[in-house]
Design a protein around this ligand. Structure first.
Ligand code: FAD
Length: 509
């Protein structure tokens, strides 16, 4: 086992530069290099995140306010799903807490009970502050110092410009000593005895040796796939979308604090509002929608004038069978891909980086670390996969081949068991602490799409008056607080470009 003296990151997309920024913040005694090719470029999409991104920024030594200013970011309180339950319907999957509990009964159980009894009731997103604020275009930071305040329950993420984000991280990383090497890799030498990657060869004849390699080369998976031959598990039988097209358009007012995902005939369309433009794209099944139809649908439903031409991106939903083999760790699209319905890819980059730091092979590669890394990566991908499939499986859309297929297909056993439990009693339990999406997320999607579920039988001990009074009060408080929050666009415009104090790590290695 050789100690790791150099880390070579292959690829300078979001994955490559996030890895460089985080590793250079902590591993100051290791040489960090990043090879990227301007000629090949990056995928250039990936602009919506989930709240965990706020943990990544300090890990990578990034000031959030500087990030917001430099990447033209906006805030994200959740995702509005349009037409997913049925045409003409919509709901919000908001981050943060929902309502409040009555003993151990969560708000959704009381809502289900009220629905069963035919009591007056608003749609479920009226009982969560994030959703109510999103729909009123309001935003402010959570009131973390006052746990009694309803504003303590807010949670948020960011929308940012993907290329500005990579550029911002590159500058921060280079300032910390990361060496960027411009060049196209044309060959990868694998050591015949150990099967490790030894060096890469660039088109201009340069050769680079290395100890640990991080494959951030995107869907091509240059090292983990092409050089080391690690296979790919394809999930397209559950997730039939295999193509996407993206196009930005001019901004319109108001600046909305949420992503929108609108169901289309054979897929769905996203809308991501940024300060300077709106990101749009369509994700579709190429078996049921042509590239021309997809482009027409996308361009025909933009809020502002398009700022470019859409171009198709092909993808295969699934995961790399091993995210770490020998001296290569795959982070980003090289390790697998799930469609961006719940904005999870950047999060999976983040957890890949955190795992690499937690199991960093300072003394050389160790099989127990590699096995644990791969176990966690697999759990995480399968967990997110089930949540994405659930959005399709519980649709009530009928009469369209795409939606008829996903509504009636067999789902993974893990998901089928979870849906059966929820249908019979509204009960939901995490399958493990490492699951990404909490009960709040599942419940909002299932109820938002009109999934038929019975209330927890214990709710029969709560009489109609108490039930109606409780839900009425929750809704009233949330509407009042959301109504008093500042306008999102004005809040963003009023932010300073830097935090008063920047955080430097107390310890590094
Ligand atoms: P890439 O951006 O493809 O970067 C690959 C890098 O490798 C490039 O720098 C390239 O030059 C380099 N490279 C490749 N081959 C060579 C070579 N031979 N020599 C040298 N360099 C090489 N994620 C989210 O979290 N939220 C979203 O809203 C979201 N939306 C998405 C929408 C779509 C349609 C798609 C397809 C993905 C989306 N994602 C989203 C995922 C997100 O875009 C990616 O996870 C993220 O951009 C990371 O990509 P990457 O860095 O792994 O790959």
């Amino acid at each position: 086992m050789q100690p790791v003296r150099t880390v070579t990151i292959v690829g300078g997309g979001t994955a490559g530069w996030m890895t460089a920024a985080a590793l250079s913040q902590w591993l100051t005694k290791v040489e960090i290099r990043l090879i990227e090719s301007e000629e090949i470029g990056t995928i250039g999409v990936g602009e919506a995140t989930i709240p965990h991104i706020r943990n990544f920024l300090p890990l990578a030594g990034i000031d959030p306010l500087a990030m917001i200013a430099r990447t033209k970011a906006s805030f994200k309180l959740g995702i509005q799903f349009v037409g997913w339950g049925a045409e003409g319907e919509s709901y919000v999957h908001g981050f943060g807490k929902i309502g409040r509990d009555m003993l151990w009964l969560h708000t959704h159980q009381l809502w289900l009970a009220a629905r069963e009894r035919g009591l007056p009731l608003r749609s479920f997103d009226h009982y969560a502050l994030n959703c109510a604020a999103a729909l009123r275009n309001r935003f402010c930071f959570p009131d973390a110092r006052n746990p009694q305040s309803p504003l303590a329950d807010l949670d948020y993420a960011y929308h940012f410009d993907a290329s500005l984000f990579a550029r911002f991280l590159r500058k921060e990383s280079e300032q910390r000593g990361v060496r960027r090497i411009e060049g196209r890799i044309v060959a990868v030498d694998v050591n015949g005895e150990w099967g490790e990657v030894e060096r890469v060869r660039l088109a201009d004849g340069r050769e680079l040796d290395g100890d640990l390699w991080v494959d951030c080369s995107g869907m091509r998976a240059l090292l983990i796939g092409e050089a080391l031959g690690v296979g790919y598990e394809d999930w397209s039988h559950w997730l039939p979308c295999d193509r996407a097209q993206a196009v930005p358009c001019e901004s319109v007012s108001p600046l909305t604090p949420y992503t929108r995902a609108t169901a289309r005939a054979a897929g769905w369309q996203w809308r991501i509002p940024l300060q300077h433009r709106i990101g749009n794209g369509i994700v579709y099944s190429s078996a049921l929608m042509s590239d021309e139809q997809a482009a027409e649908t996308l361009l025909g439903s933009l809020d502002g004038a398009p700022l470019g031409d859409p171009r198709p991106v092909r993808f295969a939903p699934g995961r790399r069978l091993e995210a770490w083999r020998r001296n290569v760790v795959a982070i980003g699209l090289s390790s697998g891909f799930l469609e961006p319905l719940e904005s999870t890819s950047i999060h999976l980059i983040q957890t890949g980086i955190q795992r690499l730091l937690a199991m960093f092979p300072a003394n050389g590669m160790a099989e127990p670390d590699i096995a644990e890394f791969n176990r966690q990566a697999r759990f995480e991908m399968e967990d997110v996969r089930d949540f994405i499939i659930a959005h399709y499986a519980v649709t009530r859309r009928t009469g369209e081949p795409f939606w008829d297929h996903v509504r009636t297909m067999a789902v993974p056993d893990s998901l089928a068991e979870r849906l059966a439990l929820f249908a019979s009693s509204g009960r939901f339990f995490k399958h493990g602490a490492a699951e990404l999406f909490a009960e709040e997320s599942w419940v909002q999607v299932l109820l938002g799409q009109g999934f038929a579920a019975r209330a927890d039988p214990v709710t029969r001990f709560v009489d109609d008056r108490a039930l109606g009074g409780f839900l009425g009060e929750v809704e009233e408080v949330i509407a009042d607080v959301a109504g008093r929050m500042p306008d999102h666009g004005a809040f963003v415009a009023g932010l300073p470009e830097r935090s008063p104090r920047s955080s430097a790590p107390a310890v590094s290695f």
